[in-house]
Design a binder for this molecule. Structure first.
Ligand code: ATP
Ligand code: FE
Ligand code: MG
Length: 345
């Protein structure tokens, strides 16, 4: 069975073809980052228009590279939400139109389900059940994942997401948007122990997070220092260490609380080298294994949506699109509460 995956929730147009027998056949991505960076953030209207320009050529490209025809596709999975409504509508309408024309099922996938299943694109793939630490630009959550569609929220951020904190702190340090990766690179030149920043909610006794205060602490620090390149790097490192410590400790607490020994890390911040190193070391000390997506599948992509669609199809967890080819998107949508809320059209 071949599934076409389409991701358009934010500023990346992602397309992929996934074969349930052979795995990922091909995938491609167009990032709009350079277009939005001059505004210091994503401009929703520009994002929607660019998805419209890119999506059909990208679908053609993926089919060509995989040496497949439209008729070879057995189902289409698209990101139904959460995300920017206008951007989501581009992927949803293309998926619905293609599904209608080809007379095949169309599945609306939760974007976070895509992220948290993305490590299953790698080998060895984690077995269910596992704990997922989802650290992206818009979310920071710990989830208990018992199987496809079985997600229990254990804790989440009460304010900013980890990626958002990286981006805002990067901005304070004069780095571009989105600045997570650039901040991490700058931190590589930092001297450990030069500055100490708070570890928000480290001892809160629950699995929730808070990152907005950290950004304020960075701002206060910047205002007190005479800044040069070395001090910027030292602050970047202190910030990264604070975030990584809290993420690691809470993830380990989630493993211990649920008596699990498998941890999956997903989302853009999962690309952070320091987080990967620290988490893998700490988890190994407790006998747990950590699974990561390949770096290119940490941030938004079509492959994770195609995979989630394939797993839903295999679990028979789908209802075919109705005969009118109608579709909806959900700009705001909670994954753990989406169980009774159909994932499908
Ligand atoms: P969501 O999935 O919650 O809707 P999103 O799709 O925007 O949000 P992702 O694409 O998963 O989020 O991740 C983007 C985020 O990851 C950005 O905040 C970016 O700064 C951050 N990021 C990417 N690489 C790194 C890195 N190496 N270190 C830290 N943060 C990073
Ligand atoms: Fe995302
Ligand atoms: Mg993104």
């Amino acid at each position: 069975m071949i599934i076409l995956g389409i991701e358009t929730s934010c500023d990346e147009t992602g397309v992929a073809l996934y074969d349930t027998d052979r795995g990922l056949l091909n995938h491609t991505l167009f990032s709009q980052i350079s277009m939005h960076s001059e505004y210091g953030g994503v401009v929703p209207e520009l994002a929607s228009r660019d998805h419209i320009r890119r999506i059909l050529p990208l679908i053609r490209q993926v089919l060509n590279k995989a040496q497949r025809e439209l008729d070879d596709i057995n189902a289409i999975a698209y990101t139904k939400g959460p995300g920017l409504a206008g951007a989501l509508l581009v992927g949803a309408s293309v998926a619905a139109a293609l599904g209608y024309a080809l007379n095949i099922p169309v599945l609306g996938i939760h974007h976070l389900e895509g992220h948290l299943l993305s490590p299953l694109l790698s080998t060895p793939a984690p077995q269910f059940p596992f704990i997922a630490l989802l650290v992206s630009g818009g979310h920071t959550q710990l989830m208990q994942v018992n199987g496809v569609g079985q997600y229990r929220l254990l804790g989440e951020t009460v304010d900013d997401a980890a990626g958002e904190a990286f981006d805002k702190t990067a901005k304070l340090l004069g780095l571009g948007y989105p600045g997570g990766a650039a901040l991490s690179e700058l931190a590589g030149q930092g001297r450990s122990g030069k500055f100490k920043l708070p570890r928000p909610m480290l001892n809160s006794g629950d699995l929730n997070f808070s990152f907005s205060g950290l950004k304020t602490a960075v701002l206060t620090l910047i205002n007190k220092q005479s800044m040069d390149q070395q001090v910027r790097a030292d602050i970047a490192l202190a910030f990264q260490e604070a975030v990584v410590t809290v993420l690691t400790e809470k993830a380990l607490a989630a493993l211990s609380l649920t008596k699990s020994n498998r941890l999956v890390v997903a989302g853009g911040v999962g690309a952070n080298y320091h987080l990967r190193k620290h988490l893998t070391q700490k988890a190994a000390q407790t006998g747990a294994t950590v699974f990561y997506p390949q770096l290119e599948f940490c941030t938004d992509n079509g492959a994770m949506i195609a995979l989630a669609g394939a797993m839903r199809m295999q679990a028979n967890d789908t209802t075919p699109n109705d005969s009118t080819g109608s579709f909806t998107v959900r700009a705001r949508w909670s994954l753990s509460q989406s169980k009774n809320d159909t994932f499908n059209n």
